[in-house]
Design a protein around this ligand. Structure first.
Ligand code: SAM
Length: 345
């Protein structure tokens, strides 16, 4: 580890967080900013109104909330956004949270990124105990990449991947399956990712937030994609479960791992082990529901963690059983009004 971890605040250990359906909450995803240096067409509209900076939790406040969750049984933290690596001084948060890895209270500290800043931060992430990163890439065609991300530069992301692998990070590529956009590229993405020793996970587009186009025009069910892959490859189901909507297979021909995240065709809510914190301190107990609990007021009300702990326990006590997303011509409104960049993908 690089230097001594900065410790913002200590939290004593407490009882595990169990929701009304007996599911233990062991996974917290934290969106540290709603801003991003890309404008992916399925994620954001071109002219997004971002939150005023004063509304954001400070890095110290984020650390305090994460630490209370860790003290109550959360074993995995994923830092996301927006683009987490564009938040100023974000390495300070990784450095601080790394203390929970050192004590063994946390199993994994990880990040989901668009890769644009990885060349800069890969080494430092490793020094803070990060072992794996998820990098979102929907196409290997530079022009198409620019069209999808509006502002992104594929060559910069590929340099980031090189740096991450050189630093020893394991990489999972996340690809949103987009009708008529990258559906013809799925096989080449599998070969490319597996050829570089990276896992690949395909994601169904979800109806989150207003975008400029129609969701139904983007939506490609992964059941269709899987059928097409199975026509040419041998897929062996893997028993691995993450408590989320992902299912994994091994592709016999490449020897690599392929995931399917299917919140629409299968949501697997019954095994959900996660909650999501936004950069303003809203805790969403379900990605597909509007209900949220405010943790910013209790974190700011006192330096003691008692109020915060109570607010978290009350929130988990109302985690819903699940969600149903529907995308078709008769459901043109988003299922939830917030964008993925706010809740944290
Ligand atoms: N900026 C980081 C990144 O690009 O990975 C982290 C945040 S981004 C919101 C996380 C993931 O959500 C990305 O893989 C992105 O492609 C995906 N995503 C965004 N909006 C989505 C949507 N409406 N449906 C499905 N996936 C979405």
């Amino acid at each position: 580890m690089q230097g001594a971890p900065i410790q913002f605040q200590s939290s004593s250990s407490g009882s595990p967080l169990l929701d009304p359906f007996g599911r233990a909450i062991t996974y917290l995803r934290v969106s540290v900013t709603d801003r991003c240096d890309f404008r992916c067409v399925y994620c954001m509209s071109e002219n997004m109104a971002f939150l005023p900076k004063r509304d954001l939790l400070s890095l110290e406040e984020l650390d305090r909330i994460c630490s209370v969750f860790v003290a109550h049984g959360v074993r995995k933290l994923r830092i996301t956004g927006g683009e987490p690596l564009v938040r100023r001084d974000i390495m300070t948060l990784f450095r601080s949270l790394s203390r929970h890895l050192e004590t063994g209270a946390l199993d994994e500290l990880t990040v989901t990124t668009n890769g644009s800043q990885l060349a800069r931060f890969a080494q430092e992430l490793v020094s803070y105990g990060v072992k794996r990163v998820n990098v979102s890439i929907d196409t290997l065609d530079p022009d198409k990449f620019h069209q999808i991300t509006r502002w992104g530069d594929l060559s910069k992301v590929l340099l980031g991947l090189d740096a991450a692998q050189e630093a020893g990070l394991k990489i999972k590529i996340n690809t949103v399956a987009l009708k008529g956009v990258n559906e013809d590229e799925i096989e080449s993405l599998i070969h490319w990712a597996h050829g570089r020793g990276m896992d690949l996970t395909l994601i169904e587009v979800m109806p989150l937030g207003e975008i400029d186009g129609q969701r139904v025009d983007q939506y490609l069910p992964l059941s269709t994609v899987r059928q097409r892959i199975e026509a040419r490859y041998t897929l062996h189901d893997l028993p691995e479960r993450t408590g989320g909507p992902a299912r994994y297979v091994k592709v016999a021909e490449t020897g690599g791992k392929l995931g399917f995240i299917t919140p629409l065709t299968h949501n697997f809510c019954e095994s959900c082990n996660r909650v999501r914190l936004t950069c303003t301190g809203q805790l969403f107990m379900c990605l597909g529901q509007e209900d949220a609990a405010d943790l910013r007021a209790p974190v700011r009300a006192s330096q003691d963690d008692a109020l915060l702990t109570q607010a978290i326990a009350a929130a988990i006590a109302r985690k819903p059983k699940g969600h149903d997303f529907i995308i078709d011509r008769t459901h043109s409104r988003p299922a939830v009004s917030r964008h993925m960049s706010m809740t944290g993908g």
